[in-house]
Ligand binder design. Structure first.
Ligand SMILES: [Fe+2]
Ligand SMILES: [Fe+2]
Length: 291
């Protein structure tokens, strides 16, 4: 784990670290891509949970199945690795069998602003021994080319329900446009604990905690093979850009990293105290995981 130490030293703590009994620690793992991403989760969730004494782990799993969706079996395994709530995005429907599963498994979320006829839910309230944490999944509309309801108004509706349960609300905002991510973070400022961007797979260096106690990062990054085009082998990506023809994307395998953020939160009022990026190397040859 020497690499992990080195990587974490490079990360930035946006505010003063203050860990005491009132501090709740949540780990968020960004988009898990393919077998390499799942293998990284199978080992690093447990290790980082212990190292950071995390109370809860959230992971975005929309690309866990070879880059395209997540299967029920994979989702079940990811819960066993120590992930408490799974979020997703535009790839959630790529595997047909996820529809039945997501109807029953409330801890796997799809964006809340899909039409109400879509199976599953966009939020979940996770019960910890002495507090509750709500996770809300929303998707942006700019450059996403999807028939989605307004994420801003959907957030209003969801918060009116979630606020009766808890002040600790973590939002995974799955979106392409940084401007839309910044806009919704402003719209929700002081109303939620964190707005964490996902979908672009490239971690941004813009993490902060607002005066009102809302943590933000434009994109938390990717858990998967980083020697790639967003987790996919370069050949198909280059070919598609050069010819405009469809190409079969396959998952890359080199330079595996887990990316995400560590949130420290005042468990009594739901205000974020700090947000810290992580970008941890994972060496599958040193792993006894058989994912
Ligand atoms: Fe993704
Ligand atoms: Fe996505």
């Amino acid at each position: 784990m020497e690499n992990q130490e080195a990587q974490e030293t490079d990360s930035v703590d946006a505010t003063v670290d203050s860990t005491d009994d009132s501090t709740l620690t949540i780990l968020f793992f960004a988009d898990c891509v393919g077998q390499p991403g799942r293998q990284a989760l199978s080992q690093l969730v447990r290790e980082m949970r212990e190292k950071h004494r995390a109370d809860m782990v959230i992971a975005n799993v929309e690309n866990a199945a070879g880059g395209f969706g997540v299967t029920p079996e994979m989702s079940r395994k990811i819960f066993k690795y120590g992930v408490d709530v799974q979020t997703s995005g535009n790839h959630i429907w790529d595997r047909m069998d996820i529809q039945d599963y997501i109807r029953k498994e409330r801890r796997l979320l799809r964006p809340a602003n899909y039409p109400s006829s879509a199976p599953g839910n966009g939020s979940y309230v996770f019960q910890l021994p002495d507090c509750k944490v709500a996770v809300l999944n929303l998707m942006g509309r700019t450059f996403m080319n999807m028939a989605l309801d307004c994420p801003f108004r959907t957030a209003d509706g969801e918060l009116s329900m979630l606020n009766s349960e808890t002040d600790i609300i973590i939002v995974d905002f799955h979106a392409e446009a940084t401007s839309e991510k910044q806009a919704i973070a402003h719209y929700l400022d002081g109303r939620v604990t964190a707005v964490l961007g996902t979908h672009t797979h490239v971690q941004t260096a813009d993490e902060k905690v607002s005066e009102a106690g809302t943590a933000y990062i434009g994109d938390a990054g990717m858990t998967g093979p980083h020697d790639s085009a967003l987790g996919m082998r370069f050949e198909a990506a280059v070919g598609r850009f050069m010819t405009g023809l469809p190409k079969k994307f396959t998952c890359a395998s080199e330079d595996i990293k887990a990316c995400g953020v560590i949130l420290k939160i005042n468990r009594h009022d739901g205000r974020a105290r700090s947000i810290e990026r992580f970008r941890v190397d994972f060496d599958p040859s040193n792993s006894n995981s058989t994912v």
